[in-house]
Write a protein that binds this ligand. Structure first.
Ligand SMILES: Nc1ncnc2c1ncn2[C@@H]1O[C@H](COP(=O)(O)OP(=O)(O)OP(=O)(O)O)[C@@H](O)[C@H]1O
Ligand SMILES: [Mg+2]
Length: 498
């Protein structure tokens, strides 16, 4: 770790009804990876947005390379070498990968853009980072994980002195995270200061040198990572210790009826002859690497993508699901991994989003019963501990993790019998994660059936009654939780690859 390159002092920032930052201190040294931690809504992203000129601070000072600075927008920060990789993806879907990476600084040829150079430079960049993406592909055709890797590559392609990673790993699988860590170690070796925001404790221990913890918009303290335990950090974040024990046996009764049966489902390139059964009251974990076909299976099942063949039975009866509307009619809810694209309407309030999938229950004649809508929304805000001044708040103003809670509320409100949770706790802090786990267990014990797609091994082992493993579009394992281990899951997850 080198000298301090960046120092934020007594940063204060308020939004209407929210004191997001209350005189926060934070600094970064050259060649360190500095974790910034705290519960959802603690103020991490806001602090980093103040730093990079996206938000204007109310008071406080920022010193960069010995001089007081004030960046007025992200561009100014970027030109000075302070670069942020955002929590929410913000690439332009209709442009190619290369166009996105060089957006606003395209290489010129005559009066036009030098497409060839742009593609070659992108290729070189990906090669250097050992990322396998074709720069000519349209952004919207990439998986969320791949899009995230593009954002990271783009950040690195600038001449950075400080890089902020705001929950980069939330959209990545274990393998991609390993790749990311190789990149980050390389940046550190080049004396670049990295800020790393994540809710995953294991990552913090592996990749960071120091940890700063925030709570409710205030600075709590800074620790040397090597000298502190996971429990120390969690305790600082939430003021109590939380244990993460794996499940030892299935909670689903052995004679529970089959509520959903999928037979030889084929869809697109990533779903090949998928067959499985889901029982009443069961939490069925879907494990696998990114690109294993888990989301594609869920989407085909839900009617969001067309299927080529296969039969679906609900409570023993064959059903024809052609659209998400059909799926919802049969009592299936799908909590998507990509909340921005499918989950919430960010320009609407929490209350409106909560009742969106079941508005018919909140109508009085032709009008929406706003009182009832607000009441149910408030119930879920309380139950999930969503941090907001009121249910009238627009979702766009919530922190990332709190937006995810609104998506969960929306499907819970719908009261579906079969719930597909695709990466349900992505970007959710340890305390709130625990609340969501409790809620899932409660739903299962009440007889709801849950498919939980997760790339986090600890989550699979802690929540599932049974684990389905997928690899390259096929099911390669079906393991009772009593027998499941990290090793036998990983073994099946990579079976078709080697
Ligand atoms: N543009 C905005 N308008 C109103 N309130 C905002 C705005 N941006 C952030 N907030 C509020 O400021 C607080 C801090 O939010 P922030 O996004 O910094 O949290 P975070 O620590 O990054 O959380 P997460 O882990 O969920 O990403 C939250 O209460 C949030 O709702
Ligand atoms: Mg955030």
């Amino acid at each position: 770790m080198g000298e301090t390159i960046l120092e934020m002092k007594q940063i204060d920032k308020s939004f209407p009804g929210v004191h997001a930052l209350d005189h926060v201190d934070f600094n970064v040294r050259r060649g360190e990876v500095h974790a910034l931690m705290g519960e959802n809504g603690a103020g991490k992203s806001t602090l980093m947005k103040v730093l990079t000129g996206i938000y204007t601070k109310d008071s406080g000072t920022i010193t960069f390379e010995g001089k007081e600075v004030e960046f007025h927008n992200a561009r100014e920060a970027q030109d000075a070498g302070v670069i942020i990789v955002h929590q929410e993806l913000n690439m332009v879907g209709d442009l190619t990968v290369a166009q996105n990476i060089f957006l606003g600084r395209e290489p010129k040829k005559g009066f036009g853009i030098d497409d060839k150079k742009m593609i070659e430079d992108s290729k070189a960049l990906f090669e250097r980072l050992k990322i396998e993406i074709d720069p000519r592909m349209k952004m919207s055709d990439l998986t969320v994980g791949k899009q995230q890797m593009c954002e990271i590559a783009k950040a690195i392609s600038h001449n950075a002195k400080v890089i902020i990673f705001d929950e980069p790993s939330a959209a990545l699988t274990e393998k991609e995270i390993e790749d990311l860590f190789v990149i980050i170690r390389d940046l550190r070796a080049q004396d670049i200061g990295c800020v790393y925001i994540s809710h995953r404790m294991d990552e913090i221990k592996v990749i960071t040198d120091r940890v700063t913890v925030m709570r409710d918009g205030t600075y709590v303290g800074t620790l040397i990572t090597a000298d502190s335990t996971k429990e120390d950090i969690i305790n600082m974040m939430v003021g109590r210790v939380i244990y993460e024990d794996p499940k030892t046996h299935s909670m689903c009764p052995p004679d529970a009826p089959v509520v959903l049966k999928v037979e030889n489902l084929n869809a697109g390139k990533m779903v090949k002859n998928v067959s499985f059964e889901l029982h009443k009251g069961e939490i069925l974990g879907f494990s696998g690497l990114m690109g294993a076909g888990r989301t594609e299976t869920a989407r085909a099942l839900f009617g969001a993508d067309p299927k080529q063949s296969g039969t679906i039975y609900i409570n023993g009866k064959e059903v024809d699901i052609k659209s998400p509307q059909d799926a919802v009619k049969y009592g299936i809810g799908y909590l998507s991994e990509d909340r921005k694209r499918y989950g919430v309407v960010v320009r609407r309030s929490i209350a409106e989003n909560t009742t969106m999938a079941c508005l018919e229950n909140y109508m009085s004649g032709v009008l929406i019963n706003k009182g009832a809508e607000k009441k149910v929304a408030q119930d879920y805000v309380d139950q999930l501990a969503t941090k907001t001044p009121s249910v009238d708040q627009l979702v766009v103003n919530l922190s990332g993790g709190n937006q995810q809670k609104v998506v969960i509320a929306k499907w819970l409100c719908k009261n579906c019998d079969i719930l597909i949770f695709d990466e349900p706790t992505r970007g959710i802090d340890v305390g709130a994660k625990n609340e969501i786990y409790k809620l899932m267990n409660k739903l299962a014990s009440e007889g709801k059936s849950i498919i939980m797609i997760s790339s986090e091994m600890t989550e699979i082992l802690r929540m599932s009654d049974r684990v389905i493993v997928m690899c390259e579009g096929e099911i390669t394992g079906d393991i009772d939780i009593a027998e499941a281990t990290q090793e036998n899951i990983m073994d099946k997850a990579t079976r078709n690859i080697d």
